[in-house]
Design a binder for this molecule. Structure first.
Ligand code: ADP
Ligand code: MG
Length: 245
């Protein structure tokens, strides 16, 4: 039996290159655990394999070797217990903000009444400050608003594991700061496990309980995930967990 919520064990990823070329090895023997309720950020240079790891955690891709174990069970393929937020929103353009959130909620709890789906969806949109614009379509929303809808949509389905791939990468610094606060607020409500990729070290320091760094291992270009302990003030995740600390 595993005592960790998620275990990534001896994970490697190779991409075939075709035309008789050697495979591209992105990383080898990556090991890390995620504990229940943790907010973990992973940082590392561009191309080191962060998105590849996140896609494997989401079940959208698989490691070439090694295992992904969730609550003691080997995981292959996607599942409702995992939710993803990407950098580019991926909202359904023909639906309003509210309808986008309701779409996911309805799929998650098929036995819920219309009124319950509506109330639940509005509650999550409200947490990210979108009360006023819930009837607008994505094309009528700013980039920041669209990303708030994506966050509300994913969090509203209450996945046990939330996977965020540079969710603020496309936003200006001011908007990013506001949405970081909203992300922590919405996370503070249900305290699911979050695994978030960022290229912004300051953001990781500000938000995360724990930071993983993808480093180049002994062989050049091959990354491994190591835990780093930066001297820093209390993270926002810590503040949410211990408000009276
Ligand atoms: P990061 O998110 O850390 O910037 P990625 O995980 O996106 O890095 O990519 C890691 C490496 O794997 C890069 O060199 C990238 O070009 C390569 N790669 C990613 N996806 C594929 C794919 N589907 N086919 C071939 N190579 C890929
Ligand atoms: Mg990436």
């Amino acid at each position: 039996m595993s005592q960790h919520f998620v275990q990534v064990q001896q994970a490697s990823k190779r991409f075939p290159q075709g035309r008789g070329q050697d495979d591209l090895t992105v990383f080898e023997n990556v090991n890390f655990n995620l504990e229940k309720g943790e907010f973990v950020c992973i940082i590392g240079h561009s191309g080191c394999g962060k998105s590849t790891i996140l896609n494997a955690l989401a079940g959208l891709d698989q490691f070439t070797d090694g295992g992904l174990i969730m609550e003691g069970h080997e995981v292959k393929g996607p599942g409702l217990e995992r939710g993803v937020v990407f950098q580019n929103y991926s909202l359904l353009p023909w639906l309003t903000a509210l309808e986008n959130v309701k779409f996911g909620v309805r799929a998650r709890w098929k036995d819920w009444s219309k009124a319950k789906v509506d109330e639940h969806s509005r509650e999550y949109l409200s947490m990210v400050g979108l009360d006023e614009v819930i009837d607008r379509k994505p094309s009528q929303l700013s980039g920041g608003m669209r990303q708030r809808v994506s966050i509300a949509r994913t969090f509203a389905t209450k996945p046990k594991l939330l996977l965020l791939d540079e969710p603020f990468g496309a936003l200006d610094a001011l908007t990013r700061g506001v949405i970081q606060d909203e992300l922590i607020k919405i996370w503070g409500r249900d305290r699911q496990t979050v695994f978030m990729i960022t290229h912004d070290v300051d953001e990781a320091i500000l938000l995360a309980d724990r930071i993983l760094l993808m480093t180049n291992g002994p062989e050049a270009r091959i990354a491994e995930a190591v835990e780093i302990d930066l001297p820093r003030p209390r993270s926002r995740a810590e503040v949410v967990k211990n408000p009276n600390y």
